[in-house]
Structures are given as C-alpha cells and as structure tokens.
Design a binder for this molecule. Sequence first.
Ligand code: MLT
Ligand code: ZN
Length: 475
Amino acid sequence: MNPAAPELLAGLRAILGAEGVLTDAADCAPYLADHRRLYQGRALAVLLPRSPGEVSQLLALCNARRVGVVPHGGNTSYCGGATPDESGRQVVLSLRRLNRLRSVNAANYSLTAEAGCVLAQVQRAADEAGRFFPLSLGSEGSCQIGGNLSTNAGGTAVLRYGMMRDLVLGLEVVLADGRVLEGLSGLRKDNTGYDIRSLFLGAEGTLGVITAANLKLFPQLHSHATALAAVADVRAAVMLLGRLRDASGDRVSSFELIPRIAIELTTRHIEGVRDPLERPYPWYVLCELSSSSATEGLDAVLEAALGAALGEGAVLDAAVARNERERAALWRVRENIPEAQRREGVGLKHDISVAVAALPDFVARAAQWLSGNVPEGRLIAYGHVGDGSLHFNLSAAPGAAPEPFLARADAVRRAVHDLVHEFGGSFSAEHGIGRLKVGELERYASPVELALMRAVKRAFDPHGIMNPGKVLREE
Ligand code: MLT
Ligand code: ZN
C-alpha cells in the first residue's frame, strides 16, 4: 500500500464518515471490474459521498495529495471508462448516494436530478409530472444520469431528440481542485461567452465530476405506430427512412436496423422472442412514429407509407403492431440483440457512425472485406441507422474456434476503423473512449484536435487526478 494511504484514508473518513469509505475487498469488488470484464482494477478505497459539498472536499484532498479519482456511475460503460487501473493507488468515486431528484418544473419542461439518479427513475419522474424524458437505452434500469452525461449517451430516440448533450439545460460540476461550477439555472438562451459546461459532456469524468443536471423535458407521447419492415439491403432502409420522415410530418422517433442473423440469434437465445414475419428476409428496420397527440392517426400514416413502399418493391414485407403487446414484442427483438449475441459466444464490437446517406456504401465495403478476410466471423451490423450509427459487430461462425477468431480482433478493428475514417465517420459513435479506445483516438483525431484536448485537460485538471488514463493517455 502507498505509505501515505492511512493518512489519506483518515482524511477521507473525516469528510465522508466511516461508512462512506469502503476498503473491504468484498465491498469494493463490484466497483473494480467493468461490466464487459475487459478490465480488473484495484483501488485504495471506494468513496460514497452524499452531497456535492462532500464531493468538493474529497476532490480538494485528492488533488492536494495527487491521488487519481475514478468517477463511477451505473458501471455500464462499454469501454472501461469507470474502472480504476491496476496500481491500487486510485480511489473510485461512486455517485450512487447522490441520487436526489431535486426538482421537477413541468411549466419549464425541465427537471433537476443528481448524478446518481438511475435513468429509469428520471423517466418515471418526468412521466409523473405529465412530461417525457426521451433518453432511452437498453441499460436504463441501471445506468445513471451522471454517466449518461459524461459519456453523452445515445440510444434509440436520438433521431428525434438528439444525444444526451442535446437534453441538457444546465450542470453543476465539481472541479478537480474542489471548486464548484454552479450552472443549474435552466435557461434556454444564454450567450455569455464560452460554453464551458458543454466540455464536461462526453468528457468521461476526466475534467471534473458532474454532480447534478438540469434536463429538458418534452410533451408526453400519446400515440405510437410501430412496424418491422423487411428490406433487401441497407440502401432500401435508408430510402425508407426519408420516405417515412416526409410522409409523417417528421414523426419518426426510432429507426433501427436489424440484420437477419439478429432475428435468428434473438429467437434462439431469448425466451419469448418470435420471428415477426413468416418468411426470412436479409434486413429489417424497426420503425416507430410517435406523437404527443392521441388523434393524429399515426397507424394510418405508417400503413399507407409502408403499403406504397411494398407496392414499389422498396419494402418486401412488414408487420405492423396492432397493440401495445405487439409493439413491445417488436422492441424485444431489437433490445435483446446485444444479449443474444453475448449468449451466442465470443464476439467483436465496433461502435461506428458515418453520414446516414453513406451507410449503404460503408456496409457493402466493410462486409466485402470481412467475407474475404475473416471467413470464421459472422457480421451482426445493427442499430441506429437513422443516426448513421451502427454496432458493427462480429460473432464467431458456428464451429469456429474462439481463440483464432479473437486473435484477429486487432486486425479487424484496424480494417473497420480505417474504413470508417476513409468515410469521414467516427470509431466511437455512442460508447465513448474510456480506456479501450485511447489509442484509437490518438490514431484518428487530428493533431490540432488532440492538442486542444490536451490543453483543455491541463487547464481543468493540472495535476491529472481526474479519471487518469481515460480518453487521453496520462502525460
Ligand atoms: C445498443 O444499441 O443495443 C447498444 O448501444 C449496443 C450494445 O449493447 O452492444
Ligand atoms: Zn446503441
């Protein structure tokens, strides 16, 4: 143990109380591994503050002692963003006890939540106030608002409402030295100099700790029309998106691509999932229109648009949900793709985006490279086609040995990300950088961008205590 550790722990206990400083191995274990089990870290302690004041004091102490602090939310990062390193010299700062919903302002269409609130709790609070909070993710029952903000989370409603960044009216942030940036006023217009707060969104806890946020709410949704449409290829999917946006007065709130193999995996591995259509098709889109009006006739709009597309051969078949149960069944297919892939066995994940219109060419080029170079892999490309964002994953083909397949991970990642770069896209559309993609950021970000990021990091965190080694390599 670091010789200064007992003194540091005593200082932390004086701030947080004995129960706010975990050091027992079993108590700490859930905070030391990421949920994909890519990393197993160690830590001096896990800290459980109850208030922004406590966060401020503990950061001031850690900054003075140059102790690395790893902010930790619902531990749903795909990139190891909330896991400490192996040195045992860092502390984990869990936000889970900072979970008060401070206020809901229905008239202002906003609410203020602390960082440790679970996303589903915020969605419920909005609903109870007759409002709607649109961020929607597979992990919404466990991910926390602080993590959603710090990773600029995306999900299945970005097409209509934007990413987490677009849902923020204000932030309260504790800086590395313990100073507090108060910014919860909730103004919709405020052009007073640099937008400092936006730097914390997507910074993955490397610039400071977000302790609370003022979030935008929207009118509640009172009607949905949902369908699974079969299409021949990704080009037909992208064309259908434009068609539905035009026909519906831009009421498309989700538009998710599903390949045939995902239907096979979800029906095989997830109880209660059935193929919604009678025959197999190469690709599908789960499309949903939604409106705050109960009388807009969205079903008729969707059916008419799909009917016309069917008549022209642009859509091959479609299942339209006739009630909530059928709607939930369609969403169950989409939401269980990651879990079904996990149960199928080893896989490789890439979280990419390109311009929506470029997706068909990107998928065709990448699929061609994979079939020529990785015959032991099966492509599972699914996700948010309406945002140009796909989970471009691979699973080992049946009978393929896992080790040689996994040994190709670096080569496959390089080929996929190089192609994304050639298309002017992003190698991390929605899951962030964490520890996993630090090297990728160094490779693909421009020197100007990297220099600015490093300058910002030095300005906000001169001693490098905030989530060291995440996003940017330690200097
Ligand atoms: C999703 O869209 O399902 C997730 O972002 C990706 C995943 O869980 O692999
Ligand atoms: Zn996703």
